[in-house]
Design a protein around this ligand. Structure first.
Ligand SMILES: *Cc1c(COP(=O)(O)O)cnc(C)c1O
Length: 241
């Protein structure tokens, strides 16, 4: 298996090529390295190759890693991207910089209130998660409900609404992948246009979509942040995927 450093170079090259194909600037697309299930040493290895943004799914595992690497902040920026239960919001509010998986008002309210207990921390940067494939098993609000959730987030004092996140159902077919990502982009642009210049929407600039197997399709459809795990760190153990 390739080293993390080589994998990172290859992923960055994929991003550049996809940007080129989409007639976009590669700098418009941020790479989030998804380090879930991998140890702090893997994060450090990626960091030495210039990577600074890391994504985690499991609160307990993430907090241990974040604490272990505390000295490397603020260079390291931590994004929570997994399903979030309300009894875990406090730890997320205390330890993360971003949350991509806000899928209901209750979670947003708890994150804001709990972030407020740490006045030294910047507001939490959040995305509303859309369930674009409308799968029962996936978290996220429907396309129809996401604008209301976004509006509610903008009224919370310790959150900054940054954009939308989506995990479409996996498909081997690039046209199908593009269709799902395109629906998210349409929704993103519509909300952006409807609230242009409005307070709370000044930083609504992030479209978090695309993973190891579909980042090209996501970039073609306007993704500004791809979340890549396997292609950087290798395959995850099945027991804890
Ligand atoms: C695990 C995970 C990823 C990374 O997936 P890969 O296929 O390993 O690149 C991205 N986003 C979320 C929300 C994840 O849970």
């Amino acid at each position: 298996m390739n080293s993390i450093v080589v994998n990172l170079m290859q992923v960055r090259e994929r991003i550049e090529l996809a940007a080129l194909a989409a007639k976009r600037e590669p700098e418009e697309i941020e790479l989030l390295a998804v380090s879930k299930t991998f140890p702090a040493s893997a994060v450090e290895e990626a960091m030495h190759a210039g990577q600074s943004a890391f994504g985690e799914n499991y609160v307990q595992e993430a907090v241990e890693k974040i604490q272990k690497l505390a000295k490397l902040r603020p260079w390291l920026v931590w994004h929570f991207i997994g399903p979030l239960q309300s009894n875990k919001t406090r730890e997320v509010a205390e330890h993360f910089d971003w949350v991509h998986s806000v899928d209901r008002l209750k979670i947003a309210e708890r994150l804001s209130a709990q972030r407020g207990e740490f006045p030294d921390l910047a507001p939490l940067q959040v995305c509303a998660q859309i369930n674009v494939s409308e799968e029962d098993s996936k978290s996220g609000v429907s396309l129809a409900e996401v604008e209301a959730l976004c509006n509610a987030i903008t009224s919370l004092p310790n959150l900054v609404l940054r954009g939308l996140m989506a995990i479409p159902a996996p498909s081997p077919n690039i046209e199908q992948q593009r269709q799902a990502f395109g629906a998210v982009r349409e929704c993103f642009l519509q909300i952006q246009a409807a609230h242009d210049g409005e307070l709370g929407y000044q930083f609504f600039d992030t479209l978090s979509m695309g993973m190891s197997d579909d980042l090209e399709a996501a970039i073609l459809e306007g993704s500004t942040m791809v979340r890549v795990g396997t292609a950087i760190f290798g395959k995850r153990d099945k027991i804890n995927k």
